[in-house]
Ligand binder design. Structure first.
Ligand code: HEC
Length: 104
């Protein structure tokens, strides 16, 4: 193999690794997003600290149930400020309420 061929092979190996790395980073960063709506940024920020948002997305609950879930998360250590509790309950019950469609 000529020096030039070796350089090309080395370059392709690096490019391949970078490609895999960027796919990995992109999937780790984007993950599932919560439904668009008022309070979404707050919910994404608050609820992605300990587990994937996918866990949140899988559930459909009434407001009462979401409030209980928020209390459970607080008991597990979630830092949810008093003024954020209502907006989170509003968001979750509006966009992940019992009648919200489940993603396939
Ligand atoms: C301090 C860490 C923490 C934060 C922050 C947090 N959770 Fe959790 N959550 C947990 C743990 C721990 C579990 C249990 C995980 C398991 O069973 O694998 C859990 C489980 C859940 C479940 C699944 C419950 C079940 O019965 O399957 C839901 C839904 C959930 N969390 C919603 C939320 C929402 C909504 C938020 C944002 C308001 C949130 N979590 C923020 C720690 C947290």
């Amino acid at each position: 193999m000529s020096a030039r061929q070796r350089r090309i092979v080395a370059w392709m190996l690096v490019a391949g690794k970078l490609g895999l790395l960027s796919i990995f980073v992109a999937s780790a960063q984007t993950g599932p997003a919560l439904p668009e709506g008022a309070g979404r940024a707050l919910a994404e920020r608050t609820c992605s600290q300990c587990h994937s948002l996918e866990l949140v997305l899988r559930h459909r609950m009434t407001r009462h149930q979401w409030e209980a879930q928020l209390d459970t998360m607080i008991a597990k250590g979630a830092k949810i400020a008093d003024e954020d509790f209502e907006p989170l309950a509003d968001y979750l019950s509006s966009y992940l309420g019992p009648s919200a469609l489940k993603e396939p």
